[in-house]
Design a protein around this ligand. Structure first.
Ligand code: HEC
Length: 230
C-alpha cells in the first residue's frame, strides 16, 4: 500500500478527512453540547435596540397594530419574523452572517464571529451564507439609521446608486410606511451584532431596557455577553 504514490495519497486523504471531521465537527460538538440553545425571547431579554423603540415612536399607529407596545415579547416576535423574511426573501443568497478569522475581515466588519453567537433558535437554519454579493450583515446593528434602511429596502438605489440589491416594495404599505414584515426585517438587521460588547459603529452605544424611563447607560452595564459570562 505504501509502495505506490496513489496508496500514500489515499491514506493521507483519508487521514485528513478524519482529522477535519474531529477538529471541525466532533470537537466543537463536545465543547458546546451542554450549552442551551437560546430562544428568541431569551435573546430579546438581553436588551432591545433603541431602533425598535424608534420604529414605535415614528409610526405609533402602525406599530401598535402590528406589535402593540415595544416590549421584550414584541421584540422577540419581530426578530423571529425578521429572520423568516431574511430566509424567505433569500437575503442569505447575497449576504453572509459570519466574520471570518481571515483576510482581516474584522477591520471591515468588527469582531470575528464566535460559535456561541449561533447557539440560538434564530440561527436554525444557520445563516452563515456562502456568497457575498453584498456585505456581511452579522455586525449590521446600528451601522445605519432606520431611515436609511427604510429608503434602502424600498429602493436600494435611492441611497446607493450603484446597488444591485433588489427593491422590496412589498415590505411597505400604500403610504410607504414599513408593514409588519418591513418593521420585522428592520428590527432584525438592527439587532444583528447588537449582542456584542464592543462595537465601533453603533449609532448610539446604548439600548433601552424594556419599560425603563432611565437614560440608557453603557452597553456593558446592561447584561450583554462578555467573554466571561457568555
Ligand atoms: C442580489 C443580491 C442581494 C440580495 C438578494 C439582497 N441584498 Fe442586501 N445588499 C446587496 C448589495 C450589493 C449591497 C451593497 C449596496 C447597497 O447598500 O445597496 C447590499 C446592502 C445591504 C445592506 C446595507 C449594508 C451596509 O451596512 O452597508 C443591508 C442592511 C442589506 N443589504 C440587507 C438585505 C436584506 C435584509 C435582504 C433581503 C430582504 C437583502 N439585503 C437582499 C445585495 C443583495
Amino acid at each position: 500500500m505504501f509502495e505506490t504514490k496513489s496508496g500514500v495519497v489515499g491514506i493521507a486523504g483519508l487521514f485528513f478527512f478524519v482529522f477535519a471531521f474531529i477538529v471541525m465537527g466532533a470537537l466543537p460538538w463536545t465543547i458546546y453540547k451542554d450549552q442551551p440553545e437560546l430562544t428568541a425571547l431569551q435573546l430579546a431579554e438581553k436588551g432591545i435596540p433603541h431602533e425598535f423603540v424608534d420604529l414605535a415612536e415614528r409610526f405609533p399607529q402602525q406599530f401598535r397594530e402590528y406589535y402593540g407596545e415595544p416590549t421584550t415579547e414584541a421584540f422577540a416576535e419581530a426578530i423571529t419574523l425578521g429572520r423568516d423574511v431574511f430566509v424567505g426573501e433569500a437575503c442569505w443568497h447575497c449576504h453572509s452572517q459570519f466574520v471570518r478569522p481571515v483576510s482581516r475581515e474584522d477591520i471591515r466588519w468588527g469582531p470575528i464571529a464566535h460559535a456561541r453567537e449561533y447557539n440560538n433558535e434564530l440561527q436554525r437554519p444557520v445563516l452563515f451564507g456562502t456568497r457575498r454579493v453584498g456585505p456581511d450583515l452579522s455586525r449590521e446593528a446600528g451601522r445605519k439609521s432606520n431611515d436609511w434602511h427604510i429608503a434602502h429596502f424600498y429602493k436600494p438605489t435611492n441611497v446607493v446608486p450603484s446597488s444591485v440589491m433588489p427593491s422590496y416594495p412589498w415590505l411597505f404599505d400604500e403610504h410607504r410606511v414599513p408593514n409588519k414584515k418591513g418593521m420585522a426585517i428592520i428590527a432584525y438587521v438592527q439587532w444583528l451584532g447588537s449582542w456584542l460588547d464592543v462595537y465601533p459603529d453603533y449609532e448610539k452605544p446604548a439600548k433601552s431596557a424594556p419599560g425603563s424611563t432611565d437614560e440608557p447607560t453603557s452597553v456593558a452595564e446592561q447584561g450583554h455577553d462578555t467573554e466571561e459570562n457568555a
